[in-house]
Design a protein around this ligand. Structure first.
Ligand code: NAD
Length: 339
């Protein structure tokens, strides 16, 4: 079978990772084209990855490049427009989260995906492809913890990236929309349901500047699910120790904790500081294998004409929940989530 020809749009922090995976680690795909509005990023992929078809205009890449699929890793506000153009041109689409930056964009994306049922649409909620989360899901499905009824999620970015977070804050959509959306997806996945109500708080302690952007440095949210399940999310940006992603799934017969100590690896140091394990430093490091796995699954779906488990509707639901969470924190009251 011929390898899948893919073009990539967006070559920033995450786009570069996907581009390198497509060139070096996914044998049944060929990265044929790349697009960025930044010339130095195009120069990078030309020099280091040997990509020849280079574009600064997305629509032109979709019209003219030799490719059957596109990976959209552009700025969040462009996802909806970019996926629409690609699907309407007959391309299969891998799209990074979020599906859209408004509910209207998500609903529009649903319609476009529905209008092209023979093309693959894949949304990049990569945590579902992390080996530990996949293992936990297998255990949940096998009944190892009985009936799961509570998911507790912690997602805190490293303090060392606070300057970048402050710069991005005015346009990020806020902590629940930009950051907690992965935890929202995981809660829904493990509880196999959607929440109907949310109560959320948010505040800024070390960096009050977040408040001036209508955002919070740290958030805590509590969810009630339609099936009686519960969820909590603690999201933040000031983990002094590194990148802290932790999830606990509690069931009637036991619980599973994923990285309660978010350690870098299995090395433990015994020195003048005591017994020390280093913390994983960043999202590319923690989810390196998951970014590769999700793209491999996308390529396989296209080549084998199968549909991914994750759907465009998951993207809309997560966005609706994230907006309701933001509303609850801003209004200081319980919000009934509308779908
Ligand atoms: N799944 C995850 O864990 C995860 C992690 C980080 C980022 N993301 C998502 O990935 C996306 C990219 O994030 P990033 O941190 O790499 O951003 P970035 O700012 O580093 O890069 C953005 C890229 O988009 C390109 N771009 C912007 N507008 C464009 C246009 N009109 N046409 C063509 N290219 C355009 C830029 O040239 C740049 O290459 C965001 O939507 C973000 O939410 C997901």
């Amino acid at each position: 079978m011929e390898p899948l020809k893919i073009g990539i749009a967006g070559l920033g922090r995450l786009g570069k990772i996907h581009a390198e995976n497509l060139v070096k680690r996914i044998p049944n795909a060929t990265l044929t084209a790349a697009c960025s509005i930044l010339q130095h990023e195009l120069d990078f992929v030309s020099k280091h990855l040997g990509i020849k078809q280079l574009y600064t205009d997305y629509d032109e890449m979709i019209r003219s490049a030799d490719m059957d699929a596109v990976a959209i890793i552009t700025t969040s506000g462009m996802h909806c427009a970019h996926l629409t153009t690609a699907l309407e041109a007959g391309k299969h689409v891998f799209c990074e989260k979020p599906l859209g930056v408004t509910i209207e964009e998500c609903k529009h994306a649903e319609k476009v995906v529905e209008a092209h049922p023979n093309q693959v649409f894949f949304l990049g909620f990569m945590r579902r492809f992390d080996a530990s989360y996949q293992y936990a899901m297998e255990k949940v499905k096998s009944g190892a913890i009985g009936q799961p009824y509570l998911v507790k999620a912690v997602g805190i970015d490293p303090l060392k990236y606070i300057e970048g977070a402050l710069k991005f804050a005015p346009t990020s959509g806020g902590i629940y929309i930009d950051m907690a959306i992965h935890d929202i997806d995981l809660m829904r996945w493990f509880l196999n349901d959607d929440p109907d109500t949310v109560y959320a708080l948010g505040s800024s302690y070390g960096y009050p500047e977040f408040a001036s952007f209508g955002d919070a440095e740290t958030g805590c949210a509590l969810y009630h699910f339609k099936n009686g399940g519960m969820g909590t999310i603690h999201t933040g940006r000031t983990a002094a120790h590194g990148y802290h992603i932790e999830t606990e799934i509690v069931g009637t017969k036991g619980s599973i904790r994923i990285s309660p100590v978010p350690q870098k690896n299995l090395a433990v140091f015994y020195n003048e500081h005591g017994v020390v394990t280093e913390c994983v430093g960043s999202f590319p490091e923690r989810f390196e294998a998951a970014y590769l796995k999700e793209m491999q699954v996308f390529v396989d779906c296209v080549l084998q004409a199968t549909k991914p488990e994750i759907s465009v509707y998951d993207g809309t639901r997560c966005t609706q929940i994230a907006f309701a969470t933001t509303q609850s924190y801003k209004e200081g009251k319980l919000v009934n989530i509308q779908y």
